[in-house]
Design a protein around this ligand. Structure first.
Ligand code: DQA
Length: 146
């Protein structure tokens, strides 16, 4: 099984950016944790982080041609604004889980909108980096018919 991990804008700044909300660990630590879990669960993972909406759309389209089985995506601020990313996810029909490090539901009103939520297999919020691990497990178990 092949899972792509996509992170949107400002997630390259993890560890520096608002540590009281997003924690002190950096993006490399996130990648390390996910790789370790992928090994444990015997799956293939790829990573993509971009601050650019179109680049994320391009990567999602490429995931289709690369026969990716599942996507874990934290669209970050684009969650709340991007019809283009939601359309790309619909276009490729790859099962995906929406992840947010913070508990977006307890934050500002503008964070209550998600353009991807209705089409996601599931959404994981407020669990820090562990949310990505939970999202991977959701996709792996679903593929195993569990
Ligand atoms: C975020 C929440 C978003 O509202 C915010 O714009 C982010 C990160 C999270 O992981 O909690 O950049 O997606």
């Amino acid at each position: 099984m092949k899972i792509a991990i996509i992170n949107g804008p400002n997630l390259n700044m993890l560890g520096i950016r608002e540590p009281e909300i997003y924690g002190r660990a950096d993006y490399n630590e996130l990648v390390r944790m996910i790789k370790e879990h992928a090994e444990r669960r015997n799956i293939e993972v790829s990573f993509f982080q971009s601050n650019h909406e179109g680049a994320i759309v391009d990567f999602i389209q490429q995931a289709y041609f690369d026969k990716t089985d599942g996507i874990v995506i934290n669209p970050a601020a684009y969650t709340h604004t991007s019809v283009a990313i939601a359309d790309a996810l619909k276009a490729v029909s790859i099962p995906f889980v929406e992840v947010h490090i913070s508990a977006v539901e307890t934050r500002e009103a503008f964070r209550q909108i998600s353009y991807v939520r209705d089409i996601a297999v599931s959404t994981v919020t407020g669990k820090g980096f562990d949310g990505y691990i939970e999202a991977m497990d959701i996709l792996i178990d679903r593929a195993d018919g569990k």
